[in-house]
Write a protein that binds this ligand. Structure first.
Ligand code: FES
Length: 576
């Protein structure tokens, strides 16, 4: 415990301790402080990450809480990933951030750690790192932005960024109108305020017990967030004293609770990848079929964009995650331990939902859900033998059972070049297919899965089509979009074999995605297939391509799972 632990290796432990004491004095701590628990505050604040620029007062509040409880708070930086400030995609660096977090927790003399995160990839990265390091840990996010507003309508980043951009491309908005909307889309500190990936991962973390009850939804600018931060500081010292580690909180049952919360709130498809990755760090397998199975028996309660109408500040006022968990309490593993050092059941006991009837428009009751099933569905078939994901509640119901002609794009570049070509042979009933945008192919699996509707169709009033790819889409996006097709095209998955004009059948109720081409023809195409992906010559991207796992396996690196798996990229390299 304290500064005396984990001394630097000089081959003389006495000298190492002597040095540690001298340098701790320089930090302002004397001998009586050296045995106190040291709490690392893993801060992802960065000026290049807009969603994290307000972390200073939150971190100060965490420090106050730690000090009040007799610990020593020491803040340290880790990689920060701002979704719209990172190229080609923040997902490329999630594993790097997770490695940074894990190794810095492990390398420094920390008895416990508070993870301060917010934007999409930062929360899963922190939880992956903390799961592997397995020292007592609590997460607190920076919280969501307040609602934006334009012409009397609530605006949400980034569902409305996409919606209004599509309207602009369709010629329905002037340059001035789209500029006015742009100015109102991100009105306050905080992460995106719809049920996108940042909000979803916060919801899942709270439901899994890694964050204080209620903490996921409190807006960034609400003073309750500072009080939650202070309480987080007090709690981490208690967790250290009790020796409660992430592996005791994030059990298989806790992941089931997280998946229930994901399904009940209509959360982001990205959470499927992240939860599988976090679980893999603890030696827990979460097959995609589990998400589907739990979705079938989880009522859909959250009326939140992009699948619904409201946003996080409304969700918070309606009771937030505790209200959802209270509604589905019978479906949860309520004996799971949480960072309060109490069980889910004990946390929920004193909670009662805010009473006003209007809140039921935001969070429905389990007796009268918005839908009987959860928000995400897993598809399989000859086009996605290892699975694909769709968010039916954010799709057009007319396309949920649909057969259409494939219009194929070989890469994101090819898509950008040709999608608005007036001569593109495409109709509303066709299926847009994007290949080579998966974990190895892109690389990094960007959020390009909500392929733009060809502008000539937009001008005819078309606003949705079936779209299929091996990449992801933002949790804030919408449409009839089939994502995470695995295995991906770049490693020879069946998506690589699709050609213009092939028929593709989507049947969401039957959980099916099929390429209607006979087996002999597919075999002929497979024999002729040549990989198109360029492997990076060196550096982190080379490491990424060689070791990243497929979407259904969480896109972690094979060697970072508790039980390592060999990545397909690595196997491809070995076969060259
Ligand atoms: Fe950071 Fe959306 S850009 S959460």
């Amino acid at each position: 415990m304290g500064f005396g632990q984990g001394v630097t290796s000089y081959g003389d432990a006495g000298f190492s301790t002597f040095l540690r004491r001298a340098f701790s004095r320089h930090l302002g701590f004397d001998d009586k402080d050296l045995a106190k628990p040291v709490i690392g505050i893993c801060n992802t604040e960065s000026e290049v990450n807009r969603c994290h620029t307000h972390f200073g007062p939150i971190v100060d509040a965490v420090k106050r809480g730690v000090l009040m409880q007799g610990g020593i708070p020491l803040e340290f930086p880790t990689i920060s990933l701002g979704e719209v400030f990172t190229t080609p995609t923040a997902m490329l660096y999630r594993n790097l951030a997770a490695m940074d977090t894990e190794e810095m927790i492990r390398a420094q003399p920390l008895d416990g750690v508070v993870l301060v995160t917010g934007c999409d990839k930062t929360t899963p990265a922190a939880l992956m790192g903390a799961a592997s390091a397995d020292v007592p840990a609590i997460l607190i996010t920076g919280g969501p932005m307040m609602n934006g507003e334009y012409e009397g309508k609530t605006l949400g980043a980034c569902t409305d960024c996409r919606f209004f951009w599509q309207e602009y491309r369709a010629g329905k908005l002037s340059d001035q109108e789209i500029e006015d909307i742009n100015q109102a889309l991100a009105p306050s500190a905080g992460h995106c305020m719809v049920m996108g990936s940042a909000s979803t991962m916060a919801v899942c973390a709270e439901a899994m017990g890694m964050m204080l009850p209620g903490a996921a939804a409190v807006p960034a600018t609400d003073n309750r967030r500072l009080r939650l931060a202070e309480e987080t500081g007090r709690k981490i010292v208690e967790l250290v004293a009790k020796g409660i580690r992430p592996s005791q909180i994030m059990t298989y049952e806790a992941f089931e609770n997280g998946i229930r919360a994901l399904q009940a709130t209509g959360g982001s498809t990205n959470a499927v990848i992240h939860l599988v990755a976090i679980a893999g760090r603890l030696g827990i397998d979460l097959p995609l079929s589990l998400f589907d199975e739990l979705g079938k028996t989880t009522p859909f309660l959250g009326n939140l964009k992009p699948a619904g109408e409201f946003q996080m500040q409304d969700f918070d006022r309606a009771g937030g995650v505790p209200a959802v968990m209270k509604e589905i309490e019978d479906l949860l593993h309520t004996s799971c331990l949480t960072v309060t050092a109490q069980s889910v059941k004990e946390n929920l006991k004193p909670f009662s939902r805010p009473k006003h009837e209007s809140y039921k428009r935001v969070i429905a009751t389990a007796e009268e859900p918005f839908y009987q099933e959860g928000g995400l569905v897993v598809l399989t078939g000859n086009l996605a033998p290892n699975g694909a994901v769709i968010k039916p509640k954010a799709a057009s119901s007319k396309f949920l059972k649909h057969t259409g002609r494939a219009v194929v794009f070989n890469s994101a570049d090819d898509l950008e070049k040709r999608i608005d070509d007036p001569n593109l042979d495409v109709t509303e009933n066709d299926v847009l297919v994007l290949k080579n945008a998966g974990p190895v192919g892109a690389p990094g699996m960007p959020e390009a899965g909500m392929l733009p509707i060809p502008s000539k169709l937009l001008k005819q009033g078309v606003r949705d089509m079936v779209r299929i790819s091996d990449c992801r889409m933002s949790g804030t996006a919408f449409g009839t979009v089939v994502l995470h097709v695995a295995p991906e095209a770049a490693i020879g998955g069946p998506l690589a074999l699709v050609q213009d004009g092939d028929l593709i059948e989507l049947d969401v109720e039957a959980r099916k995605i099929e390429l209607l081409v006979d087996d002999a023809e597919l075999e002929r195409r497979r024999a002729a297939w040549q990989p198109e992906v360029q492997m990076a010559a060196r550096g982190y991207i080379r490491l990424f391509q060689e070791h990243v796992l497929q979407a259904d396996e969480g896109c972690d690196f094979d060697f970072l799972r508790r039980v390592p798996k060999r990545a397909v990229g690595q196997r491809m390299e070995e076969n060259r």
